[in-house]
Design a binder for this molecule. Sequence first.
Ligand SMILES: Nc1ncnc2c1ncn2[C@@H]1O[C@H](COP(=O)(O)OP(=O)(O)OP(=O)(O)O)[C@@H](O)[C@H]1O
Length: 657
Amino acid sequence: MFTSSSFPKKVLIPHLLLSKLRSSKMNKITIWMILISIFVILQTTSSVEDEVKTSLINFIAKLSNNNSQSGLFSGWNSSSDPCQGLWQGVICDTQYNSVRKLFLNSSNLNGELDVGLLCNVKPLADSLSALHLETNMITGGISTEIASCKQLTHLHMSKNQLSGSLPDSLAMLNNLKQLDISNNKFTGDLPADLSRISGLTVFLAQNNQLTGQIPKFDFSNFELFDVSYNKFSGPMPDVKGHIPERSFLGNPELCGDPLPKECPQSLQDKNNVKDENNDDKSKSSSNNQILMFVGYLVLGLVFLFLIMCWVYKRMKRNEKVDGVNKIASVDDTIDKQPEAASMEYKSGFSRSEISVASVDESNLVSTSLIVLPGPVVNELKFEDLLKAPAELLGRGKYGSLYRVIYENGMNLVVKRIKGWAISSDDFKVRMERLDQAKHPNVMQAVAFYCSKQEKLLVYEYQHNGSLLRLLHGTGDTGKAFEWTSRLGVAASISEALAHMHQELEHDGIAHGNLKSSNILLNNNIEPCISEYGLMVVDHNQESSLLGDLTGFSAFKEDVYGFGVILLELLTGKLVHQNGINLAEWVNSVVREEWTVEVFDRSLLSEYASEETMVSLLQVALKCVDRSPEARPSMNQVAVMINTLKEEEDGSTSSLEP
Ligand SMILES: Nc1ncnc2c1ncn2[C@@H]1O[C@H](COP(=O)(O)OP(=O)(O)OP(=O)(O)O)[C@@H](O)[C@H]1O
């Protein structure tokens, strides 16, 4: 029942357990339960083996016409082990203790074949790889159950009295290598799918009464192939020289080369048509495949092209976004100067960009520049501006700024504003009003251009840079930015701004984007407010507490912007530095009565009046009041600063010898 190798595992362990249990004096019921369990386990294990034994005994009994006990097979009894050597013809796999092969050939077997008795018993069907029944007188046939003996590689049944047709299920034995059914009385057609068993190397079916056509095997696989002396019909399969002619002889209805019988014309035609059909089918299927392939290729290319377009567009868009981000960072940190920025943006003033604008004629006020009257330029042509070499100075939230060297050597800057929701007519009126409200400390536009999509403003280029650069730059002017100059700048800007506010009050045009980078130093090192009235006020600024930033609110935003400039002048600090908001920082220091601490140290060493500085600081703090209503008007600011300046001028002149 058990092999010597399996016995110790299954019995010794319970043994040990038992002795342990006895020694620990466990109660009898427990011991009985364990014994019963062991018995049940042993019973179940043996029942599988018994099933195999029983089926084998039944199989041989049927094959031998119930005479097995008298002859060779007397050792086949249920009290012995099929794998222990007493069972004649049984070969086992010793490792798995399973029946692998049955050699029952030449054994005087004259009973009936019942493969179901072997193949319906799973453990046997799963292990049986060879069944040799040749040279007997076995009757019956091969039943469909043969398909369950999936491990069969060798099925030898030659020289018997087997009859009936071969079941289609025979073709399901995928592992079959040798099939010998020769010298029997088999009838009917060969299962067509037999040719699908790719590992079949021996097929012997000679001397039967098999009919129909010979399946199209891959004849190159065969070591042995014989279908001679049957009743096969139809054309010879194309064996491509792998099988000798004699393997097909004795089939009177079989025709075609190399057999002596020629196939009738009708059969040839039928065959040719069949072949042609097959050829056509394969041709058309290969054509279809080519067409399909080309289709996929075209689709793939179109898809690739679309992806590339999409990627290109995205890259373009990202480039733009990148540009905005970079400029924003320049503004925030102010550690890059216009030159640095221009170095960064070498792309320059794209002619095509402006050309695009110029073709948008439907929305133009004028198809060319409107040159404003003034001493700077007498004549400025739009086309010449487009032709001129240009360099990008900066790219802000509202647009880009280019430096353009005009044909006569004149340096201009072109501000290009995109997406400003102002009608062309309103823009033109606005430009004219700004031009009328002149002030020497406000930079006048030289010319402008307007379309629905964009607006261009032309200014004179200022070589001396901005107040921002003067305060926080490298100091390449070589001069210290002394207190009196700072006070002078404050006075000039406040006056210019007060003038503009007064002039443009009814038009509601404030500067809208007042900051130290928009205060430029002209040829006389005089401060000039640039880009007046070009911007919609930035709603994100901390000063911008009101939703409506036109009219009154916009003017108050300018006052706030001016207050910040004053703070920059007094402290020498940037608007935002290391995350600290300048206005808040100054306020907090002043609240702590450490006012002197806020001032620029370079000013304290001068003969600057600390009193005037504190007074100017108070003006600045009023300007940056959180409540716009609490902020003074620009006119009031200008008066206050001028008074301070006069006092300062008076006191310094009285100090002079
Ligand atoms: N007419 C000019 N001549 C010389 N430099 C100028 C002129 N106008 C502006 N600039 C300088 O060019 C740089 C870029 O200007 P731009 O107006 O694009 O940026 P910004 O003033 O920093 O930001 P915003 O877009 O908010 O105005 C700034 O440093 C500015 O001081």
